[in-house]
Design a protein around this ligand. Structure first.
Ligand SMILES: Cc1cc2nc3c(=O)[nH]c(=O)nc-3n(C[C@H](O)[C@H](O)[C@H](O)COP(=O)(O)O)c2cc1C
Length: 184
């Protein structure tokens, strides 16, 4: 069934609870094709997409993220970490990490991650874009995490996205229509 792109954009919301059901190969192929079709400045395609379905590895990255949060000042730390049950990937069956060389071209990666979010919606899946896992890559021992995630040499984390069948039903938060200026 075809879904209108405007409807997808306007009804998409972040999901923070997922069913354990894995994504099919066909779904993954569609998602990665959409990611690779993203626009990029000078068509540099500066990204790499690391698709992780290994829950043990995701738990390790979650732990490393928690260690990173622990090293932050209280004022800086996301309140989400106050909940001991908080898992930075919300136990989603699939997480895509987007990396780029030297942390440059983050804007291109941001566009790609939104493309993935919309592609997921179009397949009847849910997603949440994740910046917090950056905390897993800040300590000296965290090179091990990059190695385990097989980031290409010289690449560093920009953003991630959790993907799966949503198991929550909250409405999207309100948007502020005042954040538009028309000059005619
Ligand atoms: C760059 C970026 C980083 C984000 N990082 C996180 C995150 O680490 N954890 C999380 O739960 N949500 C994260 N979000 C999701 C936002 O909280 C969410 O998009 C926002 O509250 C609006 O809600 P909606 O996506 O349901 O419309 C992130 C979103 C963006 C765009």
């Amino acid at each position: 069934m075809e879904t209108n792109i405007l409807e997808l954009i306007n009804t998409r919301r972040s999901h923070r609870k997922y069913l354990p059901q894995p994504l099919s190969e066909t779904q993954l192929n569609h998602l990665l094709a959409a990611a690779l079709a993203s626009p990029s400045a000078n068509n540099l395609q500066p990204w790499h997409f690391t698709v992780v379905q290994d829950q043990v590895l995701l738990d390790q990255v979650n732990q490393a993220t928690r260690r990173g949060a622990q090293a932050q000042d209280n004022a800086q730390r996301s309140p989400r970490f106050a909940d001991p049950a908080f898992h930075v990937f919300y136990h989603a069956p699939c997480v895509v990490f987007i990396t780029t060389q030297g942390g440059q071209q983050a804007l291109d990666c941001g566009i790609a991650v939104y493309g993935l979010a919309l592609a997921a919606e179009s397949l009847g899946l849910g997603s949440v874009i994740l910046g917090l896992p950056r905390l897993a890559f800040m300590g000296p021992e965290d090179r091990e995490i990059e190695k385990a995630l097989r980031f290409p040499p010289g690449h560093s984390f920009v953003i991630a996205i959790a993907l799966g069948y949503p198991d929550d039903t909250k409405d999207p938060p309100a948007r502020d229509p005042g954040k538009v200026t028309h000059i005619r």
